[in-house]
Design a protein around this ligand. Structure first.
Ligand code: ACM
Ligand code: ZN
Length: 545
C-alpha cells in the first residue's frame, strides 16, 4: 500500500505528541490585564540558562523559583547566569530584569519568543508574579514534583503579557486557634496563595479556644493556653451539645514562625499576625487569670461562639502583659501591620468590674464602648512607638480610632465606608462575599459548616470599592480578603474544600481590572486550572472523586 504524505505527517505528529508536552492555550488566573498570543514557540529542553542581574538576591531567589518549576523536565540542565545592570539584556534563555516602564508596583511584562523568555518586573514582586504566570503556561505535570515526569520537552507558545494588580492588599486569613495546621501545611497554603498572586496572609493565632504562638516571657500561654480538654463535635446550636472528650492542642515556636515568615517572603507574601484583644481572650486568661476582671478561674474554650471573657481594661498589668507579648510578636513578624482583633467584645464583666469602672471615670469615658476605644488606642500608641501600625476588625470604630489605624470591614461594608471617609485605610472582607467557612452548596449534601451560604459566583461579584466613592476615598480601600474560620474545619482536606476554588475567584477579584472580569470566562479557565490544583494535590470543592 502506498503511504500518502499526509498520513506520514499524522504518524509523525502522533509520535511527536508522545514525547512533547505542548503548552496549553494561554489560560491564566487571575486574568492578566493584557495578553496577546504570538506566532512561534520557545522550547525548553536539554539546557537552559536563567539570567538575573548581578547583586540582586531577590531576583536570584526568583531565578531559583523558576528552577523549581522546570527541574522535572527530563534531562534538562539549568545554568544560572548573571549579567550586569549596564549591559544589554541577554538574548537567549530565561531572563529576569527590573524595569518600571509603564508598569505599576507588583506589575510585570512576560514576553515569550523563539529564543527568550523575558520577565521584566516593576519590582522583584512583579518578576515573581511574571513567574507565576509562566508557571500556569507550563504543563501541569511539572507541578507534581516528580523527577521522572516523562516530560522531556516543553513547547511554550510565544506570548506577550502585561499585567499589574488592581489592589495592593490581596489577602487570605486562616484561623489556627480553633483548629491547628502545622508548619508543613501552612507552607502548602502559602504556596497556593503565591500561585494565585495573593500577597497577605492574615494569621489568626489566638482565640478563646487556643493560644498558638510561643511567647518566651509567658510560657504558660502555650503550656496552658494552647491546650483544651476537648472539642465540640456537632454544631453549636445542637441540643444537647456534643463533645469528643479528646484533649487538643499545639502551637508554633518562634523558630517555626520565622521559618514560615521567610517561606512567605520568598513568595512576596507578608504575614500579618493577629493577637486578639480585648475579647476572644479566654485561652490567654486560662494561662493568666490575673488579667481578667474576675480573676477566674478560666478554662480554654471547648465550645464555639462568643465568650464573655475579656482582658480587664482597668489593670495596668494587662497593658504591661500585652505590650510584652506584642514586643515578641514584632520581633518575629516584620509586617508593618499588626492585627489586634477588637471584634465581638462582650462588656458585661467590664460593667461590673471596679477597676474597669475606675478607669472609665478617670479617663472621662462615657461608656464601655469608649473604654474599648481607650484599650485599642493605648495598644495602637504602643505599636506606633515601635514603628508598626494597628489593624483591627470594624468594631474598633466603636471608640476613637488610633492614628494610622486600618480597619477590616467584616460586618458588611459600612464600617469600611465610614473608616475610608475618615481617611483611614480599609480592607474589605464582608460576610456577604468573603466568609469561606460558609456553605457553598445545599447544607444537606455538605459536611457540617457554621452556616451561611456563599457561592463561587457570589465571591466573583465582589467589588471592594463601594459604589459612589470618589477617587480620593477609593484610594483608602487597599483591597480585600477572604476569611477562613475553622471551628468546623478540622482537617486539611476539609480546609481545602472550603477554600478552593472560592479563593481562586477572590484572587481574580483582587487582581484583575473590574472591566476584564467575566464569570463565564473565569469558569472556562478554572476548568483547566483544576488540573494544576489536582497536580498540587488540592482537595477543592467539585473535584471528581
Ligand atoms: C469576625 O468574623 N468575628 C471578625
Ligand atoms: Zn476589669
Amino acid at each position: 500500500m502506498k503511504i500518502r504524505p499526509y498520513s506520514l505527517r499524522i504518524v509523525f505528529l502522533v509520535l511527536l505528541s508522545l514525547t512533547t508536552s505542548i503548552s496549553p492555550q494561554a489560560s491564566v488566573i487571575p486574568e492578566p490585564v493584557v495578553l496577546e498570543e504570538k506566532r512561534g514557540n520557545f522550547i525548553l529542553q536539554k539546557e537552559t540558562d536563567i539570567y538575573f542581574p548581578t547583586g540582586n538576591p531577590l531576583l536570584e531567589q526568583n531565578a531559583q523559583f523558576i528552577e523549581g518549576l522546570i527541574q522535572d523536565i527530563d534531562d534538562l540542565k539549568i545554568n544560572f547566569r548573571q549579567y550586569s545592570n549596564g549591559q544589554d539584556l541577554p538574548e537567549r534563555g530565561i531572563v529576569l530584569a527590573l524595569s518600571d516602564l509603564g508598569l505599576k508596583p507588583e506589575g510585570y511584562e512576560l514576553s515569550i519568543s523563539k529564543k527568550r523568555i523575558l520577565i521584566k518586573g516593576y519590582d522583584e514582586a512583579g518578576v515573581f508574579y511574571g513567574i507565576q504566570t509562566l508557571r500556569q503556561l507550563l504543563p501541569e505535570g511539572l507541578e507534581a514534583n516528580n523527577r521522572n515526569s516523562g516530560i522531556s520537552k516543553v513547547k511554550l507558545k510565544a506570548i506577550y503579557i502585561k499585567d499589574y494588580p488592581q489592589f495592593t492588599y490581596r489577602g487570605l486569613h486562616l484561623d489556627v486557634a480553633r483548629h491547628f495546621f502545622d508548619v508543613e501545611y501552612i507552607k502548602k497554603f502559602l504556596e497556593l496563595m503565591g500561585l494565585h498572586k495573593m500577597n497577605r496572609f492574615h494569621w489568626h493565632l489566638t482565640d478563646d479556644q487556643g493560644w498558638r504562638i510561643e511567647i518566651k516571657q509567658y510560657p504558660l500561654l502555650t503550656e496552658v493556653g494552647a491546650l483544651r480538654k476537648e472539642t465540640m463535635t456537632g454544631h453549636l446550636n445542637d441540643e444537647p451539645r456534643q463533645f469528643d472528650g479528646i484533649p487538643y492542642g499545639d502551637f508554633y515556636t518562634q523558630e517555626e514562625i520565622r521559618e514560615i515568615v521567610a517561606f512567605a517572603a520568598a513568595r512576596f507574601i507578608t504575614v500579618i499576625p493577629e493577637i486578639e484583644l480585648p475579647g476572644h481572650a479566654t485561652a490567654a486568661l486560662a494561662a493568666h487569670p490575673e488579667l481578667g476582671c474576675t480573676g477566674g478561674p478560666y478554662e480554654v474554650g471547648t465550645i464555639w461562639g462568643i465568650y464573655q471573657e475579656a482582658f480587664c481594661a482597668g489593670k495596668d498589668q494587662t497593658f504591661e502583659f500585652l505590650e510584652n507579648v506584642l514586643s515578641e510578636v514584632i520581633e518575629v513578624f516584620p509586617s508593618e501591620y499588626i492585627h489586634i482583633g477588637g471584634d465581638e467584645v462582650l462588656k458585661n464583666h467590664w460593667k461590673e468590674c471596679e477597676l474597669c469602672q475606675a478607669r472609665l471615670a478617670a479617663e472621662g469615658l462615657a461608656d464601655e464602648d469608649e473604654l474599648q476605644g481607650y484599650f485599642i488606642n493605648r495598644i495602637g500608641r504602643f505599636l506606633q512607638s515601635n514603628n508598626r501600625k494597628i489593624i483591627g476588625w470594624d468594631e474598633i470604630l466603636d471608640g476613637e480610632l488610633p492614628q494610622g489605624a486600618a480597619v477590616m470591614s467584616w460586618r458588611g461594608v459600612r464600617g469600611g465606608i465610614e473608616a475610608a471617609k475618615m481617611g483611614h485605610d480599609v480592607i474589605m472582607t464582608p460576610v456577604s462575599h468573603s466568609y469561606f467557612d460558609f456553605y457553598q452548596d445545599t447544607p444537606e449534601t455538605e459536611p457540617l459548616a457554621i452556616g451561611g451560604y456563599l457561592t463561587l459566583r457570589q465571591v466573583y461579584t465582589f467589588q471592594p470599592v463601594p459604589q459612589g466613592f470618589t477617587q480620593n476615598e477609593a484610594r483608602h480601600i487597599l483591597g480585600g480578603q477572604a476569611n477562613v474560620w475553622t471551628e468546623y474545619i478540622k482537617t486539611e482536606d476539609y480546609l481545602e474544600y472550603m477554600v478552593f476554588p472560592r479563593a481562586v475567584a477572590m484572587a481574580e477579584v483582587l487582581w484583575t481590572p473590574k472591566e476584564k472580569r467575566d464569570f463565564e470566562g473565569f469558569i472556562k479557565r478554572l476548568n483547566k486550572h483544576y488540573q494544576r490544583l489536582d497536580a498540587l494535590d488540592v482537595n477543592y470543592y467539585g473535584k471528581t472523586p
